[in-house]
Design a protein around this ligand. Structure first.
Ligand code: ADP
Ligand code: MG
Length: 260
C-alpha cells in the first residue's frame, strides 16, 4: 500500500514506518458517499490518518460531520467507496463479508448511544453473550463476566434486566460487553449523548479507566468539546474531512495515569 504520509494539509508527514505498522487502525484515502436516488451525498472525503495503539482517541465534530460514517468504516460495519483500511494489521478490503463479520467479532467491541442491550437478558447474560458466540468454556465465561461486572461497578446488579437499570448503568453494561472478548479496539459512537452531563462524565472516566486497564485502543465520537480534554488524541472532522489532529506527546501519554 501507499502510506498515508500526509494526514492533513500542513501537518507533519508520517515517516515512521514502525509506528504505522503498530497502529491498530490505518485509514488511507478513504472516500464514502451515500446515494439518495440520483443524488450522491459525500459523507467522507480523502480521510488519511492512523490511530495510535493503547490510546484514548476522540473523534469530534458537529452533527452531520461524518463521525458515525467514519466509525462504521473503522468498525467494518460498512465499506468505503475507495481507499484502504487496515485494522489490527488486516487489510479490510481483502476480506469477504463473512470473514469481515468474524473479524469484527474477534477484534472490535462496540458501544452505542442507545446502549443496544438485549432487553430479555440480564446484566450478566448481556455481557456473557459475545463469549457464548465465541464458544468460550462456561467456567471461563463466568469468571470473565464477574470480573467485568465488578470492574464497571455493577456488582449486585447481575440479575437485573436493562429496563431495571438507569441510563448510566446500561452504558456500564455496554462497556463491559464490548470488552468481553478482549478486543484490540473498542469503538463508541456518542456514548454519552443520551446521558445527563454528570453521568456522561462518569461514563467517559470509566471508559478511560477501562482503556488503560485493558490496554485497548479506544475511539469514541462526540460533539461535546468538553470531552476532548479527556482524550490522549483528538481528531476533528468537518463536512467529512479531517480538519485537525492533536496527539498528546508520546512519552507523556505512555506514562500518564488514567484521568479517572
Ligand atoms: P455524524 O455522525 O457526525 O452526525 P454521519 O456520519 O451520520 O454524521 O453523517 C454524515 C453525512 O452523511 C451527513 O450529511 C448525513 O446526512 C449523511 N448520511 C449519513 N447516513 C446516511 C444515509 N444512510 N443515507 C444518506 N445520507 C446519509
Ligand atoms: Mg452520528
Amino acid at each position: 500500500m501507499t502510506l498515508p504520509v500526509r494526514e492533513v494539509g500542513g501537518q507533519p508527514q508520517i515517516k515512521d514506518v514502525e509506528r504505522l505498522m503498530s497502529s491498530p487502525v490505518v485509514l488511507n484515502h478513504i472516500n464514502k458517499s451515500y446515494k439518495l436516488g440520483q443524488v450522491s451525498v459525500p459523507a467522507l472525503t480523502d480521510i488519511n490518518t492512523l490511530i495510535r495503539p493503547d490510546r484514548f482517541t476522540v473523534l469530534s465534530g458537529t452533527s452531520g460531520s461524518g463521525k458515525t460514517t467514519l466509525l462504521n468504516m473503522i468498525g467494518c460495519i460498512d465499506r468505503p467507496d475507495t481507499g484502504e483500511i487496515i485494522v489490527a494489521g488486516q487489510a479490510i478490503q481483502s476480506l469477504s463479508d463473512d470473514e469481515l463479520t468474524d473479524f469484527r467479532a474477534r477484534h472490535i467491541g462496540f458501544i452505542f448511544q442507545n446502549f443496544n442491550l438485549l432487553p430479555v437478558l440480564t446484566v450478566a447474560e448481556n455481557i456473557e453473550y459475545p463469549l457464548i458466540l465465541a464458544h468460550t468454556p462456561p467456567a471461563e465465561r463466568k469468571k470473565r463476566v464477574q470480573m467485568l461486572v465488578n470492574a464497571v461497578g455493577l456488582s449486585g446488579k447481575e440479575g437485573n434486566r436493562p429496563a431495571q437499570l438507569s441510563g448510566g448503568q446500561r452504558q456500564r453494561v455496554a462497556i463491559a460487553r464490548a470488552l468481553a472478548r478482549g478486543p484490540k479496539l473498542v469503538l463508541a459512537d456518542e456514548p454519552t449523548a443520551n446521558l445527563d452531563s454528570n453521568t456522561g462524565a462518569q461514563i467517559i472516566r470509566l471508559m478511560r479507566h477501562m482503556q488503560h486497564e485493558h490496554h485497548v485502543s479506544f475511539i469514541f465520537s462526540s460533539h461535546d468539546p468538553q470531552v476532548l480534554a479527556e482524550a490522549d488524541d483528538a481528531i476533528t472532522i468537518r463536512d467529512g474531512r479531517i480538519v485537525s489532529i492533536r496527539r498528546e506527546d508520546d512519552h507523556a501519554a505512555a506514562h500518564a495515569e488514567p484521568k479517572a
